[in-house]
Structures are given as structure tokens and as C-alpha cells.
Design a protein around this ligand. Structure first.
Ligand code: PMP
Length: 434
């Protein structure tokens, strides 16, 4: 049985105090601060396989996996070896390398929609660039996004809080101007009728429709097949560029991403996380006729000093090679089903209203009576119960996403015994929830 320990150790607490005097909120990306569950974060010293080790020497079973990238487990020896070897040859040249073509080939072979690809440094860069390219090739200005879908901190995409009706976007953050979001149309996920009506009204003016083909960023929300099919056919008819943001789902829900899993091929795809093997790397790609309009083949500007960085490319390329050679997807599916079933049973036994939504190794336990199909559904979840669950799991050495509105991820190094240990811990924690 898992041993119960105080939530955050003294060294992490001290480290956070120091960090808060140096960096805004003590972190370099907000979700890490544990703000949504009202606490102070663990400071990590190292990681190996499925485990994180904090400053206080405690070990945690990791269900965040760096928010997605670590599908092979932390510090996979071959990935580490590739990074070290690349580093010895120099960390950046600002000139082309053959390794970039190697990774490009792997991506093109894996992802059905990608014929040409451009490497960038993050998921945000990938979506920002894809939107620009879609606008550039169509000569149109409007874009559609869905409430509760996150595409990085791109100004025009920082519009998420919303109603189920089609509304013109209102920015989520100070500093994002009305001008930057004026052309963003916000719709409700899985709403075929709203989507159809919007295309009837604005179709000829819509440059791009961007969506998460399994949502991770309002918790795990699964598209209906009708919704994806409608997105495909409406955009095709209107001459709109359909962009699947597969930063989370790429190489996660299947090697070829959600587009392979659901059999729907978009015009463009954005990638991040796994494609960089834990290093800063993203990518966007699509049909050659679209991508060949990007500079210097075409006129649409997009560039990066560190893009195609040799160390990041080595990590990404090695990760994809290992995933292809020894696909973990069946095992991840089986363990994902086992965890989903176990968490659901634990919640039922505790008399807690809940939904477990899962695709393979991505899932969320929602403290919510009703199935979650869109942001309005997700928003009705019980955040206070979630926070109790989160801290109870931390006390038992299990590191879950610190928000109801994030999906958990696990890796190929997570074993059946670890999954079962997680279910036991969840049973204890859920039984104690008020
Ligand atoms: N798109 C999706 C679907 C994401 O989940 C994320 C990050 N969580 C991003 C884009 C942005 O990626 P990054 O944080 O690397 O900029």
C-alpha cells in the first residue's frame, strides 16, 4: 500500500519562496504553480522512467509526463545518448543539417496529412505559424476555434472562455487586443449545428478552422465522429484550411495521431511535445501545395534562429524511431482502459458523481454527473472535490495534473502494478472526499 506523507516537503517550499522573488509566480509556465488546487508546487530534481524525484528526496509516480512529451518514460537511455552525442558535435549552427531531413521524413511518413513540414521550437510557434499560412494561402482573415481548446499563447487564439453560441472572440488576457481577436470566431466543441450555421454565414471568409482532435485542455474530451466529419466536409466545401492541433495527440493516441485513429485527414497539422522527445521542438506541416508557399519556397514569412536545433532534433528523431520500432500503443491502450475502469469503480464505490473520459494513455476523471462534450459541460465540474483528490494523490506519491481541466498522461514505463497501485490510492482518496 502507498505510504501517506505530508503534501509538499520543506525543500520544495523553500525553493518556491526563492523562485517567487525571481520569476512571476515562481514559475516559467503558469500551470506548474499548482494555483488551480491552491498550493505550492513540488520542485523536481530528477526523473527516471515513470518517476519524478523532488528536492526532498521523495519519489512520485508521474501522470503528467511533462504535459505530454514523455511517452517513452523519463531519461530513456537511447534518447539521452542521442542528446549527448549531438551536444558533443555542437549545440546550434544556424545552418541546415541532414538530421533535420531525417526527422522530417519520420514525421511525413507518420502523419497522413503532412507532405512537407517546417520545424519550430514549440507548440505555440507551430499553431501561430499554421494560422498565418492558412490566412496567407486563402487570402482570408477569419478563423474558427472552439471554447476550451488551447493552442498555445498565440494572441488570436487566446480566446477560450465562452458560450455555446457563436460569438465573436473576446480576449482572455490583458495585452491581447480586440484587434488581434476580432477575426476569431468562437464555437462550442462537438456542436455540428453551430459549425454548419457558421459556415453558411461566413464560409467564404474563413481562412482556417483549428481544433484539438481529442481535447486535452479542458480535461479529456472526445470528438464525435459526426463532428470531425462535419469539420472536414464544411471546410472542404468552403475552401477553408482545416488544422488539427496534434501537439498533444500526435504520436500519443496513435503513432500517426488522432487523424490516423479517427480516419479524418486535415489540410494542416501542428505538432509539439512528443515530436521533440522532451526538448523544445514543434512542427507544422500539410499538403505540399500549402507548405510550398512558406518562405523561402514561397512568400509567407516564418523563421527561427534555433529552429531545427540539432540537439532537439536528435531527441525527437530518436523518440520517433523507438516508437516506430517498438510501438507501445497496444500496451498503453490496455493500461489506459484498466486505469479508466479502476478510477471509475473507485469513484462509484465512494458514491462520487463522476465521468472518466479516456483515449488510450490520455484521460480525465471529471467530478461531474454528466458526460463532457464541450467547455460548458466541463465548466460544471466540481473543482473543490478535484482539489481534494489531487492532494490526496500527492500525499500517496502520485503526481496527477493539478487541474480538473487537464488530461493525465502515462508512459510505456508505467506497469500494470503501478496502475493498480494508483487505483488503490484513488480508492482511499475518493472514499475520504467530502
Ligand atoms: N496546442 C496544444 C493542443 C497544446 O496542448 C499545447 C500545450 N499544452 C500547445 C498547443 C502549446 O504548446 P507549447 O506549450 O509547446 O507552446
Amino acid at each position: 500500500t502507498p505510504n501517506v506523507q505530508p503534501a509538499i516537503g520543506p525543500k520544495s517550499v523553500a525553493a518556491f519562496e526563492r523562485a517567487c522573488s525571481l520569476m512571476p509566480g515562481g514559475v516559467n509556465s503558469p500551470a506548474r504553480a499548482f494555483g488551480a488546487v491552491g498550493g505550492s508546487p513540488l520542485f523536481i530534481e530528477r526523473a527516471a522512467g515513470p518517476h519524478l524525484f523532488d528536492l526532498d528526496g521523495r519519489r512520485y509516480l508521474d501522470y503528467i509526463g511533462s504535459w505530454g512529451p514523455m511517452i517513452l518514460g523519463h531519461a530513456h537511455p537511447e534518447v539521452v545518448e542521442a542528446i549527448v552525442a549531438a551536444t558533443r558535435r555542437g549545440t546550434s549552427y544556424g545552418a541546415p543539417t541532414e538530421a533535420e531531413s531525417g526527422l522530417a521524413e519520420q514525421i511525413i511518413e507518420a502523419v497522413p496529412s503532412i507532405e512537407r513540414v517546417r520545424l519550430v521550437n514549440s507548440g505555440t510557434e507551430a499553431t501561430m505559424s499554421a494560422i498565418r499560412v492558412a490566412r496567407g494561402v486563402t487570402g482570408r482573415e477569419k478563423i474558427i476555434k472552439f471554447a476550451g481548446n488551447y493552442h498555445g499563447h498565440v494572441d488570436s487564439l487566446l480566446v477560450a472562455a465562452g458560450s455555446s453560441a457563436a460569438t465573436l472572440g473576446v480576449p482572455d488576457s490583458p495585452g491581447v487586443t480586440d484587434g488581434a481577436t476580432r477575426d476569431t470566431i468562437l464555437l462550442s466543441y462537438n456542436d455540428v449545428q453551430g459549425l454548419t450555421e457558421t459556415f453558411q454565414q461566413h464560409g467564404q471568409n474563413i481562412a482556417a478552422l483549428i481544433l484539438e482532435p481529442v481535447v486535452g485542455n479542458m480535461g479529456c474530451v472526445i470528438p464525435t465522429q459526426d463532428f470531425l466529419a462535419a469539420a472536414r466536409s464544411l471546410t472542404e466545401t468552403a475552401g477553408t484550411v482545416l488544422i488539427f492541433d496534434e501537439v498533444m495527440t500526435g504520436f500519443r493516441v496513435a503513432y500517426g495521431g488522432a487523424q490516423q485513429r479517427f480516419g479524418i485527414t486535415p489540410d494542416m497539422t501542428t505538432l509539439g511535445k512528443i515530436v521533440g522527445g522532451g526538448m523544445p521542438l514543434g512542427a507544422y506541416g500539410g499538403r505540399a501545395s500549402i507548405m510550398d508557399q512558406v518562405l523561402p519556397a514561397g512568400k509567407i514569412f516564418q523563421a527561427g534562429t534555433l529552429s531545427g536545433n540539432p540537439v532537439a532534433v536528435a531527441a525527437g528523431s530518436t523518440t520517433l524511431r523507438l516508437l516506430k520500432q517498438n510501438p507501445p500503443y497496444e500496451q498503453l491502450e490496455r493500461l489506459g482502459n484498466r486505469l479508466a475502469e479502476g478510477l471509475g469503480k473507485a469513484a462509484s464505490d465512494a458514491g462520487i458523481e463522476h465521468q472518466v473520459q479516456q483515449v488510450g494513455s490520455m484521460m480525465t476523471l471529471f467530478f461531474n454527473k454528466h458526460p463532457i462534450n464541450n467547455w460548458d459541460d466541463a465548466d460544471r465540474s466540481d473543482r473543490a472535490k478535484f482539489a481534494q483528490y489531487f492532494w490526496g494523490m500527492i500525499e500517496r506519491g502520485i503526481y496527477m495534473p493539478c487541474s480538473q481541466f487537464e488530461a493525465l498522461f502515462f508512459s510505456q514505463t508505467h506497469t500494470e502494478a503501478m496502475i493498480d497501485q494508483t487505483i488503490i490510492a484513488a480508492s482511499e482518496v475518493l472514499a475520504a472526499i467530502e
